[in-house]
Ligand binder design. Sequence first.
Ligand SMILES: [Zn+2]
Length: 283
Amino acid sequence: MTGPVVPILDNHAHLDPFKGRHIEAVRDFEKAGGTHIIISHMPYGELPVKSIEDFVKSYDITVALKERANEETNVKAFATVGPYPGELVDLAELHGLEAAKGIMMEAVDLAGQYVRDGKALAIGEVGRPHFQVPQDIWDASNEVLAHAMRTAKEADCAVVLHTESATPKSMKELSEMARREGLEPDRVVKHYCPPFVLPEENFGLMPSVLASKDAIEIALEKGLRFVMETDFLDDPKRPGAVLAITTVPRRTKGLMDKGLMRFDDAYQIHYDNPRKTYGPSFV
Ligand SMILES: [Zn+2]
């Protein structure tokens, strides 16, 4: 007799169809016990994005990877699509900042359309560059981000944030920004988040905590309102640059074996929390 299978979600992973192991990585995830994965769009080196048409091609690659994972494995795969924050910098070099911002805004609208068409679960990752940028780029990034929040509200979906390192101060600012745009903070996922599980740390945003041992143990001491991620990069030339694709299932099972995470706790983290954040499309 085997007990019920615990759902295990990697809330943020990247797959690279050009240079990575993509579907093989999803198989590794499944073998380790993973059941759900959210494949986050990011720009592909082989497909430089210069126009809105390029965003269509690029999003379609991520959606196709998600569909392939659903066809060829038993893992339930979802995609998020959106203009990656660093793309504003590249587009601004090509077209000037105003035109670049316009293309980023259109790419947000396009992402909203992908959600409405059922091709994507949420809009992301969007936000602000994690590196220092001039003030005008920063301001334009915030405008694109606010537009992404409005678009998420209209499409009734979540938005996944990529920003500078999170602090309670920046979480508060982002939470207030979401409210201003009419989006509930609990539909905003902070990707690459420290274990900010307490309300006074996350201000209602859903923390997607990097699944390192320390971070998850700290998170569990504070509560259960968080999700787990690897930010897997699928770049075989940089092994160890980020967590392995098997990390979330291994960490979850390890903590369950040690009695630090009960079945019901895992169920909340890996299923109830994402379902509340992403909505009923997450199954
Ligand atoms: Zn990412």
